[in-house]
Design a protein around this ligand. Sequence first.
Ligand code: SAM
Length: 400
Amino acid sequence: MTSGHPELIAAIVADIAAKGPIPFARFMELALYHPQFGYYTRVGGEEKVGAERIGERIGWAGDYYTSSDVHPILGRALARQAKQIDDLLGGPTPFTVVEVGPGKGLLARQIIEACATECPSLVRRLRYVLIDRSPAMRSEQHRTLAHLPQRMLVWMNSLEDIPPNSLIGLVLSNELLDAFPVHRLRVSEGRIYELHVDYRQGEFVECLRPLSCDALAVHLRRLNPEWPNGYQTEVNLEALTWIKQVAHRLQRGFVLTIDYGHTAQDLYSPARRNGTFLCYFRHSINETPFLRVGFQDMTAHVDFSSLAEAGKAEGLSVTGFTNQLSFLAGLGVEAMIAELEPESPEFRAALHLLKPHGMGGIFKVLIQQKGIGHVRLDGLRYRPFWETALTRGETRFHAA
Ligand SMILES: C[S@@+](CC[C@H](N)C(=O)[O-])C[C@H]1O[C@@H](n2cnc3c(N)ncnc32)[C@H](O)[C@@H]1O
């Protein structure tokens, strides 16, 4: 079944008519980020899917929520981590935080507000850069941050707007990389094929084709997987390009990436045979990307090992890898929660971010660094993984 935004479907159909079946990554790119009609990029008021009204993407009235919709403690913890990083960098003016993919801008607001109360000396030197490829999301960020001193806020359209080797500070993202288009792979008769999308008799249909690009073949050789027939998974090449771009722009500082994901060993283990690709619509999940095209989100879990390795090739070393629960614990979340009224809705919301089998455990935090010696970051004080968890023999942790 195919349904969705009519103009978006027409644009994808035209792409297929011009090129033949397109890689799933191209379909996902158009569905989420088509300049006029994509799920994230489209600017406009409320629309209807069947009988359902839609409008917001992120949040309780949208399709999914993120940590900053739940409770501001992640923002408070990140403010503390930023303060420690600022000290390590010697208190530069400005101290730059670049948040990539800030969505509605809630996390930015929570971080800046926490800095204002907890570290006023930092907030005076803070330059907070927001980079989001979606004009609709940029408008939401302007609304969310309208009450803050505008001198500290800078909007950019892409990382390209930052000169190479210029950045001193912190590059931050939450749930950015899981929203990048992914190549989907399936093993059939002992060979790895790439899922493509064709359009036949008024419907989008899947078909298997050889790998669509050399970069994917090179990446798979590096992963060297042993997958059985029927195995299905995803590769996020754009995340690897992204971390390289970040590395080129950073002169001295840290890259802090929060997302749901795994080490490569876990993500690509033979047991995980259906992959992690999912669609989100109105807080329910499905595996049918050809339904509600342009009206539902699509996502896949992040391979943190490959991200670490790609960063390392461009001069970023791994400071450490942990999960959200341990990250928050290292930054004093226990004391923050003790300030809340026990069993209040706020208290329960804060605990939601810590659940070991929920957001606390599924979300991982990777911190990488450039131009800095051996350091101990508070967010990496507790680590539930072996030192070598991320590595396939190359990337090394600094001892925390
Ligand atoms: C899943 S949302 C997460 C939003 C927010 N970080 C949060 O935690 O609520 C992903 C955001 O990343 C943006 N985005 C996707 N690809 C991007 C890219 N290459 N550069 C900048 N922003 C991007 C989307 O427009 C969207 O706002």
